[in-house]
Design a protein around this ligand. Structure first.
Ligand code: DAH
Length: 345
């Protein structure tokens, strides 16, 4: 019996040694130590032994069980260690790989122009104002002296949400909104924003574009104030040598109304392709705020006056940076946008 036990032990230990996974080890455990295993069988046969032999054999069986169990536990630990090693190797990251470069973006040219103009006007005491892109017919037209059915509305056809709500066609509605907000106090604002028109897109037209509006309301605001302000802006934006010219024009919300041209920055006025050989480049519309507009905004036109101007941001950016097609601003092509990276501070 002792012999048999020794042999079983050897067998079990050998099988444990060659087992390559936990499942195999468990099979060995069940086969040798389980209830139906040979060691249990041997224990059952102990009754047949003499009383002197029994404790000796009992001790021996226990030793064998302990040895096999110990060996099993060692092997389990070994296999688990191996599995961890394998996993670590599989999941290892090579920290010597170079990192992915972070691409630093740059400002869109339209943002640049807007910020430049904002800075200039903030320095002159203006506040930056904003208004909604989905606007009331009332603010977009009526409060700007363009009642329903006014023929000048035709030039600014747009996308209507309802009869009374639309995508704003210009930033001028912010004028009407700000006047109500300021409640009779004098103020100066500059307001950039997106505007929309029903237009067929081509190199110079876009159904969505940007404008910047300016409005000053107070006592004794005169045409000369407007002219001085526009002159300062033209020089800052297009160079100290620029001259401005005001031409009479018409806008329902200003009286008198003007259009401002600057002397051509390419040829200096002698005539070239940029100024279409006129020496002058049209930049914006402006004028003295119409008394009706002041009144609708809650300002007494006998006491208060004001000037206003509005310009297209794309047009300024196209002139400044020599962009030939307005659609470039909207194609999201990084090759276009990144060209404006280092052109100025
Ligand atoms: N809102 C005009 C447009 O979109 C531009 C404009 C002209 C704005 C004269 C003004 C202004 O404030 O005084 O065509």
């Amino acid at each position: 019996m002792e012999q048999q036990l020794k042999q079983l032990e050897q067998e079990a230990l050998a099988k444990i040694e060659v087992a390559s996974n936990l499942k195999e080890l468990n099979e060995v455990r069940v086969a040798y130590l389980g209830k139906k295993g040979p060691i249990t069988d041997l224990l059952k046969g102990m009754g047949k032994l003499s009383p002197e032999e029994r404790p000796k054999m009992g001790a021996l069986v226990n030793t064998v069980r302990e040895n096999v169990t110990e060996k099993l536990e060692q092997k389990v630990a070994q296999l688990e260690e191996l599995a961890i090693q394998e996993q670590l190797e599989k999941e290892a990251i090579d920290v010597t790989l170079p990192g992915r470069p972070v691409r630093i973006g740059n400002r869109h040219p339209l943002t640049r122009v807007v910020e430049e103009i904002e800075d200039l006007f903030i320095a002159m005491g203006y506040e930056v104002a904003e208004g909604p892109e989905v606007e009331k017919d009332y603010f977009n037209f009526e409060a700007l002296n363009l009642p329903k059915g006014h023929p000048a509305r035709d030039m600014q056809d747009t996308f209507y949400i309802t009869e009374e709500t639309l995508l704003r066609t210009h930033t001028s509605p912010v004028q009407a909104r700000t006047m109500l907000e300021k409640n009779g106090e004098p103020f100066r604002i500059i307001c950039p924003g997106k505007v929309f028109r029903r237009d067929n897109d081509d190199a110079t037209h876009s159904h969505q574009f940007m404008q910047i509006e300016g409005l000053v309301v107070g006592e004794n605001i005169r045409m000369s104030d407007l002219k001085g302000t526009l002159n300062t802006m033209a020089k800052k934006m297009f160079g100290e040598e620029r001259e401005i010219r005001l031409r009479p024009s018409f806008f329902p919300f200003t009286e008198p109304s003007v259009e401002m041209d600057i002397s051509c920055f390419k040829c200096g006025g002698s005539g070239c392709n940029v100024c279409k050989h006129t020496g002058w480049i049209e930049i914006l519309g402006a004028g003295m705020v119409h008394p009706n507009v002041l009144e609708m905004g809650g300002y007494d036109p006998k006491k208060y006056s004001g000037f206003a101007f509005g310009m297209g941001v794309e047009r300024i950016a196209m002139l400044k940076y020599g962009v030939e097609d307005i659609r470039h601003f909207y194609t999201n092509d990084n090759r276009f946008v990144s060209q404006f990276h280092r052109t100025e501070g």
